[in-house]
Design a binder for this molecule. Structure first.
Ligand SMILES: [Zn+2]
Ligand SMILES: [Zn+2]
Length: 94
């Protein structure tokens, strides 16, 4: 799936993505501006996790790089997704 073929978000998906991006980075926990929503499968907007640019696309630290920070923090996409949904719906805001 190339990005130009991505289907547009529904308003429900957009609302979900906005909520996710308001959470701290799922890997390093930073609340700095500019967090991005990483789609675990491109175009599936309900399985997104909040990442700072470095944990997302950083050459060394990022998911789309060498995943150094992911390894240090012992994070997986599935774990991050679970933690993200827990923060949104489980009432365990931290
Ligand atoms: Zn991060
Ligand atoms: Zn991504």
């Amino acid at each position: 799936m190339q990005s130009k073929n991505k289907k547009p978000m529904t308003r429900f998906e957009r609302a979900h993505v906005e909520q996710v991006k308001a959470l701290p980075c799922a890997v390093c926990g930073t609340e700095k501006e500019g967090r991005e929503a990483h789609e675990m499968k491109q175009g599936l907007y309900f399985i997104v996790i909040p990442l700072c640019p470095d944990c997302h696309r950083g050459h060394r630290n990022g998911w789309h790089g060498q995943k150094a920070m992911w390894n240090v923090m012992k994070k997986t996409e599935e774990l991050c997704l679970h933690e993200t949904l827990t923060k949104l719906y489980g009432g365990a805001v931290c």
